[in-house]
Write a protein that binds this ligand. Structure first.
Ligand code: SIN
Length: 283
């Protein structure tokens, strides 16, 4: 096994892993120690990495099956490099983004929560970053679940929430709008048991969760607002300021993430791939 150090990044969540070169194939014992650190700390940061697309994919596939890119199939640049890799970038060619999720702030969200089997993990690798902003924030939804008042835990027990993603605007989808063919939606338990840690996590987010099924609309809104505020409470959040060469691996079931705003005049380019889950989330 290759020895590495685990240095916590905040009281909320996150740890930096020092001592691993991700260009190399890691042995099974090292991978299982990395997985344990991932479950314990939710977000792992590997700094100063120098990864080709193939090396990023190879590391990701040691943690599970790589997911197809999804979305609307990707841009021609994305299609040219790999079926699993998304370019998260504001770089444009002839006025059109060469990748996905190009500009500005994004509210907290779980990747693919609007699908039957949301991905368990995401790996995002920074190549170019703006001088200011474009940070990614992560929250600890185990802590948010623990902080929920008992009356709310009881009220949502056995209930599901509906999640919608609008591919066109990346803003919160309007459930009543007519653009149904541009959206995906699915329903999952409001609180889930993480399949690997067996711990309970809140499973809603401000960008994609539309409502709690079976509750009157006003009550659903009130409970969701309380949940979003708890999930985003500063002591539940770690904010990552990117440096080129950072690779972040995050748990997409017990954490949601958000992006801070950044200037349209500066380039931002990151490469993302995702790991599939075996199961649908359970309460
Ligand atoms: C994402 O939601 O996967 C993108 C996050 C980011 O651009 O920081």
């Amino acid at each position: 096994m290759t020895k590495f150090d685990i240095i916590p990044l905040s009281d909320a969540l996150g740890a930096e892993i020092r001592g691993l070169d991700l260009r190399e194939k890691l042995d099974a014992e090292t991978i299982s120690a990395v997985e344990q650190a991932w479950y314990d700390h939710i977000v792992l940061a590997f700094r100063d990495q120098d990864l080709t697309i193939e090396q990023q994919r190879a590391f990701a596939s040691q943690l599970g099956s790589l997911a197809p890119r999804g979305g609307e199939g990707g841009t021609k640049h994305e299609q040219a490099i790999s079926e699993n890799v998304m370019l998260v970038t504001n770089i444009r060619e002839n006025g059109k983004p060469i990748g996905t999720l190009p500009d500005g702030e994004m509210m907290f969200h779980h990747d693919t929560i609007y699908k039957p089997k949301p991905h368990i993990g995401t790996l995002l690798y920074a190549i170019e970053v703006p001088s200011k902003g474009g940070n990614t924030k992560f929250n600890n939804l185990y802590k948010a679940y623990d902080a929920l008042p008992d009356s709310i835990k009881e009220r949502v027990k056995g209930r599901t929430a509906n999640h919608i993603y609008d591919y066109v605007t990346i803003s919160k989808a309007n459930r009543k709008s007519q653009a149904g063919d541009l959206r995906e939606n699915w329903t999952h338990p409001v609180c889930i048991t993480h399949p690997r840690s067996e711990r309970k996590a809140l499973y809603v987010d401000r960008l994609m969760t539309a409502r709690i099924d079976g509750l009157p609309e006003e009550e659903s809104e009130d409970i969701l607002e309380t949940m979003f505020d708890l999930a985003e409470r500063p002591d539940h959040v770690y904010e990552h300021e990117w440096t080129p060469g950072d690779l972040l691996l995050w748990d997409n079931l017990c954490s949601a993430h958000a992006r801070t705003d950044f200037s349209t005049d500066e380039r931002r380019l990151l490469r993302r791939c995702q790991i599939e889950s075996d199961d649908t989330p359970r309460e």
